[in-house]
Design a protein around this ligand. Structure first.
Ligand code: AMP
Length: 113
């Protein structure tokens, strides 16, 4: 989608700090980190949210989730970490291209705001 920020990033047209990539998945540091490690994991293909991706391509959804584990290992988050995906307005989703936040490097509180 030409007007999608994360499609533009996946196409390499906006510079990001890449942590992991393969032919289907890209992981890069969040521009506004909420923890010492804050990485976004996205499929290169556009889906609005996790529900759409899981419905239309469950194998890809599994690969994106597996990439969150890869990121946690690369970032040596052996004390633990959090994987979050926001959906829609009430979920606090600001970018309508599915992404998983991988947060770690400090103790994270619960519940979220
Ligand atoms: P969400 O609010 O769940 O949709 O998350 C979107 C995330 O994208 C936020 O944490 C933003 O800080 C992050 N973000 C927005 N633009 C960029 C960018 N150009 N590079 C890296 N992260 C970004």
């Amino acid at each position: 989608m030409s007007d999608c920020l994360f499609c533009t990033i996946a196409a390499g047209e906006i510079s990001v700090d890449v942590v992991y990539e393969d032919d289907k998945v890209l992981a890069f540091r969040d521009i506004d980190p909420q923890a010492p490690t804050h990485v976004l994991v996205i499929p290169r293909e556009h889906f609005d949210n996790v529900s759409e991706m899981t419905r239309d391509n469950p194998l890809l959804a599994a690969e994106v989730l597996a990439a969150t584990t890869e990121v946690a290992q690369l970032e040596t988050l052996e004390r633990g970490y959090r994987v979050v995906t926001n959906v829609g307005t009430d979920g606090g989703q600001s970018v309508r291209h599915v992404h998983f936040h991988v947060l770690g490097g400090r103790g994270l509180t619960w519940p979220p705001g």
